[in-house]
Design a protein around this ligand. Sequence first.
Ligand SMILES: [Zn+2]
Length: 314
Amino acid sequence: MFAGRIRSVFHRLPQLSPTAANPYRRADPPGSLTGMDNLHRGVVSRRTLMATMSQTELQRLVRTGALRRLRRGWYAADGAHPAVVSAVSAGGVLGCVSAPALHGVWVPTTDRVHVRAARAGGRFCRQHGRPEPERAAVDDLPTALRHAVRCLDDEGIVVVCDSLLHLKLLTPSELEFELRGATAHVRALLDRCDRAESGTETMVRLRLRRIGLRVTPQVWIDSLERVDLLVGNRLILEIDGRRYHEGPDRFEADRQRDRRAIELGYVVIRVSYRQVIHDWPSVEAAIMQVVRRRDHCGALPKHRSARRKRVERR
Ligand SMILES: [Zn+2]
């Protein structure tokens, strides 16, 4: 009976989409229940609960076990997201690198839950500037980003920013605004952002540019459609993210595209998520073999030359 009651309580708090979690997209009137305060993931503050129930009602739900008190002012329902429960139990909220992942943003793998708190402390993730109040159990994207740039390395920062741009969750000018308080080094990393469908695509682009290769992301080639990365004129790199190349149809289509690319005079290397993350030196060595042979540059056979265009920046 109380399970049904608590479901109805959480039902009353509007669910957020990743876009709605972005305050830049929020158009709710002040004091509205929609927006950041309601991104609860099964964990919610007493203040938010009090907007929908009485103190007596809250006490009854806690007494019967329908709501579990995590710490002063914060409660969890059955099925609450474990990372959010862990962050709030630890004295803060889910933030930094861990929050964007819940919004569907591509973030580098991390070995811990990143917790952000209203008070400064050694174990909590920090941003440049003073700590901010905890507004919800999961931080909004701008707040999470401001903290993440202190926990991620350069590559990780560009990966997250690329994903935010790709998903249209933040614009380039919004990124600049949010990172205005960060170091000059971090702000300069925004110049390295570009189009990328996955974090692995960003990683490969950055690593190859770092060793001086000319890499163009998201190139449209007639009859091949879009390729992930083009090195020089002729080396196509397809980065198979776990999410985007699954299923038998996709498998078949990818092999057909590879064959067509070779007929057109391109060289194709297909790289997996695992290879990018765990076996990069071997991948780089294979690419450099092609580069040393100069197979990545030079004109394509004239009668097979394909019309190419770069995807417009969103
Ligand atoms: Zn962190």
